[in-house]
Design a protein around this ligand. Sequence first.
Ligand code: COA
Length: 704
Amino acid sequence: MKDDVLNGLFRPQSVAVVGASTQPGKIGYTVLHNLIASQYQGKIIPINPGADEIMGLKTYASICDVPDVVDAAVIVVPAKYVPQVTRECGEKGVKGLMVITSGFSEVGRRDLEKEVVDIARQYGMRVLGPNIVGVLSNSDNLNASFAPFLPFPGKASLVSQSGALLIAIDAATYTRRVGFDKLISIGNMSDVDFADSIRWLDDDENTSCISLYIEGFKDGRAFIEAGQNARKPIIALKAGVSAHGAAAAASHTGSLAGAAKIYSAAFQQAGVIQATDLDNLFDRTLALSLQPPMTGDNMLIITNGGGVGVLATDAAERFGLPLRFAPDDVQAELRKHMPEFGSAKNPVDLTGMAGTDWYSKSVQFSYAHPWVDGLVVLYCETAMTDPMEIAKSIYQALQDSGVKDKPVTISFVGGEKSAAAMVWLVEHGVPAYGAPDLAVSSMAALREYARSRKFLQETLTPCDGYDADSARAVIAKVREDGRSVLTEIEAKQVFSAFRLPITTTRLASSEEEAIRMANEIGYPVVMKIVSPEIIHKSDAGGVKVNIKDDAAAREAYRTILANAKAYKADANIHGVAIQEMAPWGTEVILGSVNDPTFGPTVMFGLGGIFVEVLKDVTFRVTPVTNGQALHMLGEIRGAPVLAGTRGEPPRDRQALASVLCDYSNMILSLQDEISESDANPVLVYAEGKGVKVVDARIILKKKG
Ligand code: COA
């Protein structure tokens, strides 16, 4: 069931223009002109206190004077009048406001923006903007904006935070031949935001895919939820990923977190496909608005040119869809439609001799074959063939195959004739591109979409078996002490309350106790200073490893205390931690930060040089499913280390993924308390042998 109020905003039956101007060149004039010029079929009502009629339409001094029902009001009066006009619209019973006017939060006038939203809420109205271009819709012939014309018609809809970019995209839809139904400018997002727009467009019968231009979110989690629930593909271009940066951060993870990585993680978790730039947004939108998702990994490429075939093969590797050879029966059939010197492997090279007949037969057969999950057809313009005829034969073959649930993308490389043939293909619902790698990367986007949907079906690791109360008791004690950083012992107590496999650790407050504990744990042991004031324990000479007997333990105990005193004479020393010395394993790091947009977020990376120098880490917004956790382990550049390299057996990735899930649940569950945390190092053993958290660190949120 559609939101009736948003319906009134996005598909209004009647539109008032408050501030419709009599003077050409003013925005209020242009908006009214555009509504008329786009042949909008609903009622258009100009509002202007100084005119009785504008452009032949009866004009009212106030919206309150209008006798008819008004669904949407486009507001184009100066900012200071907007609250009053909003109130009048509320009194009139308007459903939604498109506030084109600038001069609100974007210039520091949050108060004025809030006033408008507060008034609108009193009347149950929704506010689009302020600071927007407006709304454009082909299916309703609605150009309620100051963009010059409706976009090139099609099935995608775009929501843009930038008004200027929306106008530029509007024009580019014609040169790019990528069709849109709606263009929605959301400006300052004082009320209607991306999540609202996604939900509404997901129900819109004229939209098959949703494209977004994003600068930032107010509520990142609402966006993720809207993305997860959407049934249509969503493609996002996020701008400004470098600005956010990681400011002063107390933990490792804090210094590694940046907007780009966390946004990418959030897009993945929302099932949203990311575009790398504006061109890529168009390319991906074209494919996702016209084609079904690619549900398996087998992409078959048919070409008449070896060169473009090789370029496409390279692109397949680059975009994560490496080519596999087609099975023997497929190859045998394809060989019937090519000369001796052709190739039926993959790419299938029909050679430069290929005409409409070979294209048609090989396309129809391959497209219908169950082994093929996605078909890419390439064509290089030759003197013996006519691009339009080839395009038509490919299209007919696709039709004749009777297949409807499999994606196809096409690339024609050539001149004007090829360009015209591609326009024809796009008009017939087949995405076509001027370069083979674009056809492949678009197919990869269709694959990515199917994969992301699969992830969304996964259920979360259940949160039972945790002892959150005891974790909170540890934290409460730290707060009572007036501290915000937990000692390693305290952090490990919190970790173990969430089932995280910490190394056995005890706190000794005397030399004798240290010896007893070392014997209970069993030599060799590790000994570490425990003091809230000594965070970098090794730097303070506060760590001794591989202690093998009582004599060495005594010696270590004394040295550690002496070093700590020398390092910081007034340090408050809780004692010395005696720990089981975990055997060698692959070092990894887990971490968490509280992202201002997405809240509690976890990080994973390999330890040592991978994290220190290469910053080879990956993030997810909590909670993390087991599948997402496994995916994280595979998406860092150092992933082969965990898979087993240089004769090493594969590491226990299952155990590590499950630790990552428990860790993510801990961070989410204690989000009101924990600001940042690290488990570093975590040792990962061979398959079946598990994982050990060797060191733990928790920094609390500042309270009060
Ligand atoms: N109700 C109805 N009409 C009113 C009104 C009211 N309360 N108050 C003023 N008007 C009329 C004016 O009489 C005028 O009509 P006229 O030209 O026939 O006299 C019209 O509304 C516009 O008012 P004006 O004071 O001339 O404003 P303007 O056209 O110079 O600027 C905006 C108004 C909204 C366009 C301007 O303030 C603005 O925000 N511009 C930026 C818009 C923008 O770029 N948006 C974001 C894109 S990303």
